[in-house]
Design a binder for this molecule. Structure first.
Ligand code: GLU
Ligand code: MG
Length: 435
């Protein structure tokens, strides 16, 4: 008997989980057009494997079609190569399925392009922790990094083999916490890259006898694991559109309006970008995450940050200039999170909004009235409040396919119910087992 090489066709679903089916590698040509069978109700499998109330019940059939642009084949150690392809979910008639997360993102990107001629260039910066204990007192430390050098080098090699462009990797501030950065990509590819990065990080850790988790927070006495989404724009010819040296904080009119839309609708989209129960333990003041809908100029306590550029000449500055959405975590499907941010930005462009001035002070010292007077709000402090803010805004739910908001709510209600009897530590531990 010789083992049969298999390719895993995968989707990152609304739970942010990567699920799918494997087929023999020699069937690839057929599978690229006909896919593998898929089931609508799979969309209601929560991150804890409970099945939420589903409008589809046991009915219906779909196809999950692998995309050759998203093929990853990486061997760790002496094991068989991991081989997977992200794909699209379509109906039996060949139409995009409404709940396919890649399609939801494509629709958002098409809206942006139609409104402004801009194509999105983005990158997801990830923090993760290794479970178990690492060296103490090693925030940004060399010793802890060297202790894991073999894993770091395996991971960066795997990312390159997986088609990503590794940028940098470091020992982050938190216990046994690391941060990995890859180069930006155009359009849907950056969200695909985020999925690939998470999968390969877990695999690389396993191959080193470690276990990696991207859960939003492991211990409320410490920092969380953020996902920071860096955003910039280009026209079809690749000319950067993000920067204007005379604009507020260096933002072009396009960036300004986009940022304004993101900040206006941040409370409403948070349920999609920070979608776990414990996400809200991370999104608290003084954790360098995001607690208010404020713009920061190089300020890491802002939910939307104008990033520094290291370039010196004007053309390079224009290319490097970007804004960073910090209110996301890896419980979110990258495609859904990015779609929500892009739609919010599009709404800002459509409505001609202007971003508020960047904050430089500690907003947690202001009363709710003082905050409101300056046009800011404390972001929702629980997943339930965030879900209410999403479902309660018709503009925001209108950006998504019909019935998406109800299906998403039912999905998240089942996730919340699974945790109902647990204290905060147990909830954090439950998420550490699934992300
Ligand atoms: N760990 C922080 C977060 O939860 C981010 C720290 C940083 O600025 O990199 O988002
Ligand atoms: Mg970081």
């Amino acid at each position: 008997m010789t083992p049969m090489p298999l390719i895993f066709a995968a989707t990152c679903d609304i739970a942010g989980k990567v699920r799918g089916k494997a087929f023999p590698a020699d069937q690839l040509e057929k599978r690229l057009s006909r896919g593998v069978g898929w089931v609508p109700t799979n969309v209601q499998i929560t991150c804890f494997d409970s099945i939420a109330e589903s409008p589809f019940g046991s009915l219906g059939d779909l196809l999950l079609v692998p995309d050759p642009a998203c093929e990853v084949k990486v061997a760790f150690g002496d094991g068989a190569a991991e081989h997977f392809m992200l794909g699209d979910i379509i109906t039996l008639d060949g139409e995009p399925w409404a709940f396919c997360t890649r399609q939801i993102l494509r629709d958002a990107l098409d809206r942006l392009h139609g409104l402004s001629g801009a194509r999105l260039f983005s990158a997801f910066e990830h923090e993760f922790q290794l479970k178990g204990t690492g060296l103490p007192n090693e925030g940004f430390g060399r010793n802890a990094f060297e202790n894991q050098r073999a894993l770091m080098e395996t991971l960066m090699g795997a990312l390159k083999a997986g088609g990503l462009t590794p940028d940098s990797i470091m020992k982050e501030y938190g216990p046994h916490q690391f941060e990995v950065v890859v180069a930006p990509e155009i359009g849907v590819a950056s969200a695909d890259a985020a999925v690939i990065l998470r999968e390969l990080t877990r695999s690389a850790a396993r191959s080193a006898g470690e276990e990696a988790t991207f859960a939003p927070i492991l211990d409320t006495a410490s920092v969380g694991n953020g996902v920071h989404i860096h955003l910039s724009f280009q026209d079809d010819a690749g000319t950067p559109l993000t920067h204007d040296e005379n604009g507020p904080c260096g933002m072009s009119d396009l960036t300004d309006a986009f940022a304004a839309g993101v900040l206006r609708y941040l409370p409403n989209i948070l349920a999609l970008t920070a979608p776990s129960v414990v996400s809200y333990e991370r999104l608290t003041p003084h954790r360098w995450s995001a607690a208010y809908n404020n713009l920061g100029f190089r300020d890491r306590e802002a939910s939307l940050r104008v990033c520094p550029v290291t370039a010196r000449d004007p053309a390079a500055i224009a290319r490097q200039f970007n804004i960073e959405y910090r209110a996301a975590d890896a419980a979110a499907c990258p495609h859904l999170a990015l779609a929500a941010v892009v739609h919010a930005g599009c709404q800002g462009i459509e409505d001609g909004l202007r971003a508020p001035a960047a904050t430089e002070d500690d907003l947690s010292l202001l009363s709710p009235d003082e905050l409101a007077a300056r046009g800011f709000t404390r972001l929702p402090e629980t997943l339930e409040a965030a879900l209410d803010a999403f479902a309660g805004n018709d503009t925001v739910t209108g950006w998504f396919p019909a019935t998406f908001a109800e299906v998403y709510r039912a999905h998240k209600d089942a996730e919340i119910a699974h945790l109902a009897e647990m204290d905060t530590d147990a909830k954090c531990a439950a998420y550490a087992e699934t992300y």
